[in-house]
Design a protein around this ligand. Structure first.
Ligand code: SF4
Length: 382
């Protein structure tokens, strides 16, 4: 087994069981101002809350190669031990050297309004500038949110992010972050909760991308959007001139499970309109530039692989995030997928990426996803 295969196997294992932290490690990490703290723009991010004010990592970089999540689970077999500067992922007779992304310099910056920049931007997976707006999803209003999602509870309790980001603020934050660490950031990833008016929500995303594109022309910073599709698919036409790729998250391919796990999406947008939106997006944005987001671990492998194949043949790249039971979500007590399940999905995804020449949405940065590992053919059968 290559060292990449070995590190990917460790990632699968912690995706399947979470991690816990030794108290000595937590003390050291808390005192180290050079390492990034976990922030919670998208959800609570831990299965078992770690405690108010306790600083923990948000990513674990395994053997210098593989980006994995630091999702706290107090009964996990994997423990993070050592210190912030010399840490290990440890389990019985296994041990991996791990590191953590550095604390971004922009986290100490202020915007021209005097507001802390970190209320607008969150650094994700070391090299991605994450913007999340709006910070509310209307499905929570009617108890019809995706059952794995913890956005609502996170924004009520543990998040210090703005609920809404105007284009000028987003652009200013990106400009400061890039100016401070020009070699670090590869892309902006814009994401957000869903508005009842799908066209309004999509247009708000376009406005932000347009402004970032205008203020940072020709740079090396890619622009990616994860969004619900608009109702009016002609709104997709502007997209290729202001951004690189569009991901839309169907989440679950099986029709009945989609309806039960994502009741708001199923009721108000619907699976068949989703598929129409993917077809239109590929026509406008191009094969390989549109992504279908799935959550692995909530439907049988057969239907997930059927969905990944269906979209790949359409020219849509399957993007696979692994289910993690988040505190505050409806599925907070649901079991994580097994390592064997994830390896099976990862191998199928690898074959599709190779066959169709696909690239991952946020290469090297997706802590909960299998995409980069599939692209690198990092899964082994052993
Ligand atoms: S669409 Fe689903 S996953 Fe996305 S923010 Fe809303 S509830 Fe959460």
């Amino acid at each position: 087994m290559s060292s990449l295969n070995h590190a990917v196997s460790a990632k699968l294992s912690i995706l399947s069981s979470g991690v816990r932290f030794h108290p000595d490690f937590l003390k050291s990490y808390g005192e180290d101002s050079t390492r990034i703290e976990k922030r919670r723009a998208y959800g609570t991010g831990d299965t078992i809350p770690i405690g108010v004010g306790v600083k923990i990592p948000q990513e674990i970089i395994i053997s210098g190669k593989v980006m994995a999540p630091a999702n706290h689970q107090s009964d996990s077999p994997w423990e993070v031990i050592g210190t912030a500067s010399e840490a290990y992922l440890s389990r019985e007779n296994e041990r991996f050297a791990i590191t953590f992304p550095s604390r971004p310099r922009c986290y100490d910056s202020k915007l021209s309004s005097g507001e802390d920049l970190k209320r607008v931007a969150t650094i994700y997976g070391d090299s991605t500038i994450g913007l999340f707006s709006p910070g509310h999803c209307y499905y929570f209003n009617t108890d019809s949110e995706c059952r794995f999602c913890s956005l609502g509870p996170a924004r009520k309790s543990v998040s210090d992010h703005r609920m809404s980001i105007r284009p000028a603020l987003a652009s200013e934050a990106v400009g400061i972050a890039v100016a401070l660490e020009p070699e670090r950031f590869k892309r902006v990833l814009l994401n957000g909760g869903t508005l009842p008016d799908y066209d309004q929500g999509f247009q708000m995303h376009l406005e932000i991308l347009r402004e970032i594109s205008r203020s940072h022309p020709g740079g090396t910073i890619e622009r990616h959007l994860i969004s619900m599709p608009p109702s009016d698919l002609s709104l997709l036409r502007e997209f290729p001139s202001i951004a690189n790729s569009l991901a839309m998250s169907l989440e679950i391919y099986d029709k009945n499970l989609f309806e039960s796990i994502c009741p708001g999406k199923a009721r108000d947008y619907g699976r068949s309109r989703f598929i129409d939106a993917f077809k239109a997006a590929v026509d406008i944005i191009g094969r390989g530039n549109v992504y279908a987001g799935f959550v692995a671990g909530l439907e049988p492998a057969e239907s997930l692989i059927e969905g990944m194949t269906f979209f790949a043949e359409m020219g849509v790249v399957p993007a696979v995030a692994v289910f993690h039971p988040d505190d505050g979500s409806k599925f907070s007590e649901m079991a994580r997928p097994s390592i064997d399940f994830l390896r099976h999905i990862g191998l199928a995804q690898s074959a599709l990426y190779k066959q169709f020449g696909f690239r991952p949405l946020i290469e090297g940065s997706g802590r909960n996803s299998l995409d980069t590992e599939a692209f690198l053919q990092g899964f082994s059968n052993d």
